[in-house]
Ligand binder design. Structure first.
Ligand code: MD6
Ligand code: FE
Length: 214
């Protein structure tokens, strides 16, 4: 139980480093709506393993919703309004997604965050995301809002240089990480997912990352 003792933060808000905040369980009450929306999106634009510019198949399965979607192929990393698998626009951003993103950003001190892109990542056991910076967006003054659902994961939170030592943060179902300002270009990743079962998502972890891409 959290928040029962004076030395714990009842709001469940923790500053990981300057500009990066963990909002524990912030999305928990909305899990049913979020999971239903992910399912609906994946029916239109299915999860797929994209190819990196270097020719590697990503172990994370991805899809997107919103006006812009993050993609990678042999030509590079970028945002595009069209899903290359379907040839059509990405599914629209559901209102419950936009609402969660603006509220979480506000809780972390970034008011007026209007996401135009939501990348949806799906991790199976063993899947990892190596350390990277998010730098395909136009405007680094906007934060990123990241929602974790399903199986717990270890978020690796590094510095501004790739070789900087990374902190390890456990993110569980319903947790939201918001980062921006001085943290916006920090290296980060996900350690290989440990096998576990979640009552709603089985062996999977789903991550929603909201960005202002355009
Ligand atoms: C993930 N997230 O949590 C991967 N990037 O599955 C990210 O790469 C990420 O969570 C920028 C900000 C928040 C994130
Ligand atoms: Fe990232």
């Amino acid at each position: 139980m959290r928040g029962l003792f004076e030395d714990e933060n009842p709001a469940g808000k923790e500053e990981i480093v300057g500009g990066a905040f963990l909002l524990r369980a912030f999305a928990l009450a909305r899990e049913a709506a979020l999971l239903a929306a992910v399912e609906a999106i994946a029916k239109v634009s299915p999860f797929r393993h994209m190819i990196t510019p270097g020719g590697f198949r990503m172990s994370v399965a991805m899809t997107n919703c919103g006006g812009l979607g993050w993609i990678t192929d042999r030509r590079g990393y970028r945002y595009d309004a069209i899903d290359p698998e379907t040839g059509r626009k990405w599914p629209a951003m559901p209102p419950e997604f936009s609402q969660l993103a603006v509220e979480a950003a506000g809780e972390a001190g970034f008011s007026g965050f209007h996401a135009d892109a939501c990348l949806i990542n799906r991790y199976a056991p063993g899947t990892r995301l190596t350390l990277h910076q998010d730098k395909n967006e136009q405007d680094y003054t906007a934060p990123i809002v990241s929602v974790s659902l399903g199986v717990p994961a270890t978020f690796l939170f590094g510095g501004i240089e790739r070789g900087d030592k990374a902190r390890r943060i456990l993110v569980t179902h319903g947790d939201v990480v918001v980062w921006g300002g001085p943290a916006r270009l920090r290296y980060h990743g996900i350690a290989p997912l440990k096998a576990a079962q979640h009552p709603k998502l089985g062996e999977y972890r789903i991550n929603l990352t909201f960005r202002k891409a355009g």
